[in-house]
Design a protein around this ligand. Structure first.
Ligand SMILES: [Zn+2]
Length: 646
C-alpha cells in the first residue's frame, strides 16, 4: 500500500534544517495511523458477538497448513477452557465461509450448527462452573476476501515470491480461525504449529522451539510456543521466503533477549539497517516503563505487504523499517499487547501511549529540537478543528475509533499535559504502576486515572472531564503591565467547544528583560484571573508556554498600553488625589467597555461604572498608595493609568 502521496499533502508547510528527518517521521506516522485504521476496519461486523462468554480460555494449540501461493488454510484448533457458568453449549466466532470438518470432544465427534458467523458446539453433557475441559475443531476454507481482510495472499519482489500473512485485527481473526473474538478473554498460553513446503519459512508469536521436516523431504512443521496471555487479534502468522537474522540485548530483567527478524530477501539490507536501532529502543522503553513484557521469549519483526505496521505480540508485522514505525509498534508491546484496552472507547490506552512513547524515544535519540517540533506540529494538527474528544463517542465508525487527530495525537498531548500537571516523577510512577497492575489483562481509562491519582496524590477527575471526555481546547490571552517592581497579569481564556466550561491548568509564563529571564507558573482557575508578582528587572517581553506543555491555539500576550490612538486622550484628575477624582477624556461613554482598578498588591478594588468616573469618584476611603486604573474600549486593548491616592 503506497500512501506517500496522501501523506505529503498532510505535511506541515515549513521545515527547518532537520526537515529531512522530520519528513520521514511524519510520513511514517501518517502511514502508521492509516494502516491501523484499515487494519481494524473489519471489526465492526463482529462487535459484541458475545461468543464464548460462558468459558475462559486457558490454552490454545493450533495446527495450520499453509501454502503461500494459495489463498487457503486448513487446520485443527484445540482449546483448553474453564466453564464460567452451567453449560452444555459453546459458541465461537468463525466466518460462515469456513468449513468445519469435525469437532472432537473426549475422543468422540460432537454436533454443531452455524449461524451469523458463529459456530455453536453442543456438548453431550453438562459442565459446572469451574470445570476444566477441552475440545478440538478441524476446519478448512478460503478466508473471506472482503475489504482488507485479515488473511492475505500476495507476492513480493521482482521474482513474485508468494506470501500469506495475517493481520488479525480485533474482530477479523474469526475470518480465518475459530476463536473468541472479543476484548474480554486473553488466551493464557498457546502453541502454534505451521506446516508448509520446505521452501517457505513460517513466522509467528513467541519462540520457535522446533522445525521438523517430513520424512518425504517435501514439507516441514515449525512449532512456535508462546507462554504469555495474548488477545486473539494479536495472534498472527506469515509464510513466505524469509531471510532470518537476529540480534540480542541484555534486558534490565537480566535475561538475554533475542530480537529476531524475518525480512524479505530483496529488502535484507534495509531490514538490517532499520532493525539495528531496535535494541536501543528496547533499552529506552525498559528504562522508561519496565522490562520488555515478553522477556523470556523474543521480540521480532516479520515483513508483510502492508504500508504500515501491526503490533502482533512478540512479532510485529512491518511493511518497512522506518524508525518511527519500528518505535511505535515496539511501544505497543507494553501498551496494546501486554496491557490492552478493554473497550474501543478507550483505544487511546493503546494508540496515544504508543504515539507518546515514540515521541519520547525520538527525543532520546535525536534531541530536544525534534521533540519540540513534534509538540508544535501535533498541537497544530489537533487544534486545526475546534471539536473532538479523546474518548471515543461513536464506536460504530472505525475512522472515529482510529482517528489520527484524536486517538493518537490529542491523546498523546493529553499524556504530555498529565506529565506537566503531575510532574515527571509522579507521572512516570503512575504510568509504571498502571502498567504493572494491568499486565496480561485488559484495562480501562479509570484504571489509568486511579494509578496516576495515587502517584500524584491528587484528583484528576476535573482534568479528565475537560481533556479526555470534553472536546476542544483553550485559547489564552495574557495581558500584562509592569509598575516599578510589580508585574500585573490578567489571564483570559476562551474555549473552542462548549462542552468544556473552563480548562483549569497551571500555565508556564517566561519573563525576559535586562538580559535575564525567569519562569513562573500561574494556576489558572477562572476567567479574567488577575495575578501580581514581584519582579526585579525591567521587562522586555513575556512568552506564554515556551516549552509547549499546553494544548492550545491562537494565544496572545499583550502589554497594557499607556497611550491611546492619535487625537484621543484620557487622564485622571487630579492626580495625586485625596477625595474626588474624575476621568477626563474625549472618548464617548458608549465606546468604553469597563474600568477596573487594582491596588499595588494586585488585588481588585471596587470600581464604579464608567459614567460615574466622568462625574467624579470619591476615593477618600481608599488606603493611601498607588493604584492601577484600567480602561478597556469596546474595540481596543486596555489602557492603564496610574493613580496616586494621598
Ligand atoms: Zn498503533
Amino acid at each position: 500500500m503506497n500512501k506517500i502521496l496522501l501523506t505529503l499533502l498532510l505535511l506541515p508547510i515549513t521545515f527547518t534544517l532537520s526537515a529531512q528527518k522530520d519528513i520521514s517521521m511524519y510520513k511514517s506516522y501518517a502511514d502508521i495511523i492509516e494502516g491501523e485504521q484499515r487494519a481494524h476496519r473489519g471489526m465492526l461486523r463482529f462487535r459484541g458477538s458475545g461468543a464464548g462468554d460462558n468459558i475462559d480460555i486457558d490454552y490454545m494449540r493450533s495446527y495450520w497448513e499453509v501454502n503461500p501461493a494459495v489463498r487457503y488454510i486448513s487446520g485443527t484448533i484445540a482449546y483448553h477452557f474453564k466453564a464460567l457458568e452451567l453449560l452444555n453449549e459453546i459458541t465461537l466466532d468463525l466466518n460462515q465461509g469456513m468449513v468445519v470438518d469435525s469437532i472432537v470432544y473426549h475422543g468422540t465427534t460432537v454436533t454443531s450448527s452455524r449461524s451469523n458467523n458463529q459456530l455453536h458446539i453442543s456438548l453431550p453433557g453438562v459442565l459446572r462452573v469451574g470445570d476444566r475441559d477441552s475440545i478440538a475443531i478441524t476446519y478448512h476454507g478460503v478466508p473471506d476476501a472482503t475489504g482488507f481482510g485479515s488473511f492475505i495472499q500476495t507476492t513480493h519482489g521482482k521474482d513474485s515470491i508468494p506470501i500469506i500473512w495475517t493481520l488479525s485485527e480485533p474482530y477479523g481473526a474469526s475470518e480465518w480461525w475459530p476463536c473468541k473474538n472479543s476484548l474480554t478473554d486473553k488466551i493464557d498460553s498457546m502453541d502454534v504449529f505451521i506446516n508448509t513446503h520446505v521452501r517457505w519459512t513460517a513466522a509467528s508469536n513467541g519462540v520457535m522451539i522446533s522445525d521438523i521436516g517430513n520424512p518425504s523431504g517435501m514439507d516441514h512443521t515449525m512449532h512456535w510456543k508462546h507462554r504469555y496471555p495474548i488477545a486473539p487479534y494479536l495472534v498472527s502468522l506469515a509464510v513466505t521466503r524469509y531471510e532470518v537474522f537476529s540480534d540480542t540485548l541484555q534486558s534490565i530483567s537480566g535475561k538475554m533477549l533475542p530480537v529476531q527478524n524475518f525480512a524479505y530477501p530483496e529488502r535484507l539490507a534495509d531490514a538490517m539497517d532499520g532493525t539495528s536501532k531496535v535494541p536501543d529502543m528496547i533499552r529506552f522503553y525498559e528504562d522508561t516503563i519496565a522490562a520488555y513484557p515478553f522477556v523470556s521469549e523474543k521480540y521480532g519483526h516479520a515483513q508483510f505487504g502492508w504500508g504500515g505496521g501491526m503490533e502482533h505480540q512478540t512479532m510485529t508485522s512491518v511493511g518497512g523499517y522506518n524508525y518511527g514505525l519500528l518505535a511505535h509498534e515496539l511501544a505497543h508491546q507494553w501498551f496494546g499487547d501486554a496491557v490492552t484496552c478493554k473497550s474501543w472507547r478507550d483505544i487511546w490506552l493503546n494508540e496515544s501511549f504508543a504515539t507518546y512513547m515514540t515521541a519520547l524515544m525520538e527525543r532520546h535519540a535525536f534531541g530536544e529540537k525534534v521533540f519540540d517540533n513534534w509538540l508544535v506540529s501535533t498541537n497544530a494538527r489537533v487544534t486545526n478543528v475546534p471539536d473532538g474528544s479523546v474518548w471515543v463517542n461513536d464506536t460504530t465508525v472505525v475512522g472515529r475509533i482510529f482517528s489520527g487527530r484524536l486517538s493518537y495525537r490529542k491523546g498523546a498531548y493529553v499524556l504530555h499535559m498529565l506529565r506537566w500537571v503531575l510532574g515527571d516523577e509522579a507521572f512516570f510512577n503512575g504510568i509504571k504502576s498502571y502498567y504493572k497492575d494491568n499486565i496480561g489483562q485488559y484495562a480501562t481509562t479509570d484504571d489509568l486515572r486511579s494509578h496516576l491519582e495515587m502517584a500524584g496524590d491528587t484528583s484528576l477527575r476535573g482534568f479528565m472531564d475537560d481533556w479526555f471526555y470534553g472536546q476542544g481546547f483553550p485559547s489564552y490571552e495574557i495581558v500584562y503591565q509592569q509598575a516599578d517592581n510589580n508585574l500585573f497579569l490578567t489571564v483570559n481564556q476562551t474555549q473552542s467547544h462548549p462542552s468544556v466550561f473552563f480548562f483549569e491548568m497551571p500555565l508556564p509564563i517566561k519573563i525576559y528583560g535586562e538580559g535575564q529571564d525567569t519562569t513562573v507558573v500561574l494556576q489558572n482557575n477562572y476567567n479574567h484571573q488577575d495575578f501580581h508578582l514581584p519582579v526585579s528587572f525591567q521587562i522586555d517581553s513575556i512568552v506564554f508556554d515556551p516549552e509547549h506543555w499546553i494544548l492550545s491555539r491562537d494565544n496572545q500576550v499583550t502589554l497594557r498600553i499607556n497611550s491611546l490612538e492619535n487625537g484621543l486622550y484620557c487622564r485622571l484628575s487630579p492626580n495625586p488625589a485625596g477625595q474626588i477624582v474624575r476621568l477626563q477624556t474625549n472618548l464617548s461613554l458608549a465606546t468604553i467597555k469597563d474600568i477596573r482598578v487594582w491596588d499595588i498588591a494586585g488585588n481588585p478594588v471596587f470600581s464604579p461604572a464608567p459614567a460615574r468616573w466622568i462625574d467624579g469618584v470619591d476615593i477618600s476611603a481608599w488606603p493611601v498608595g498607588t493604584y492601577l486604573v484600567e480602561l478597556t474600549k469596546k474595540d481596543g486593548r486596555p489602557f492603564v493609568m496610574k493613580l496616586l491616592k494621598e
